[in-house]
Design a protein. Structure first.
Length: 105
């Protein structure tokens, strides 16, 4: 996982960024984040909650709740709620975006 350009090795796939702290499966893994937070994740993601943007290289099994734009190279089995635009593959749930929505087939 990459947060604001810093690579962090984690196990687990339920990620929350709350204030200046990053939690994976409920455990604190990083703190002291400053400024606009961007999360990049490679692999199968269960759930992600972040105040900034999110970029997922892989599929999303659960949900993404992001304050910024969301880009997913794979498919979404759950839901995406984004403050900005959303780009992704097939969606089985719903997409709620503050900007545009692009579904790549």
């Amino acid at each position: 996982m990459v947060i604001n350009g810093k690579s962090i090795s984690v196990t687990g796939n339920n990620i929350s960024v709350i204030n200046d702290k990053v939690y994976v499966d409920g455990k604190l893994v990083e703190e002291g984040l400053v400024g606009h937070i961007t999360v990049e994740f490679k692999g199968v993601l269960a759930n992600l909650k972040v105040s900034g943007a999110a970029n997922v290289v892989g599929n999303v099994q659960g949900y993404i709740d992001a304050g910024g734009s969301v880009s997913i190279t794979g498919n979404v089995d759950g839901n995406v709620d984004a403050g900005g635009s959303v780009t992704c593959g097939d969606v089985k749930g719903y997409v709620d975006a503050g900007g545009s929505v692009r579904i790549n087939k």
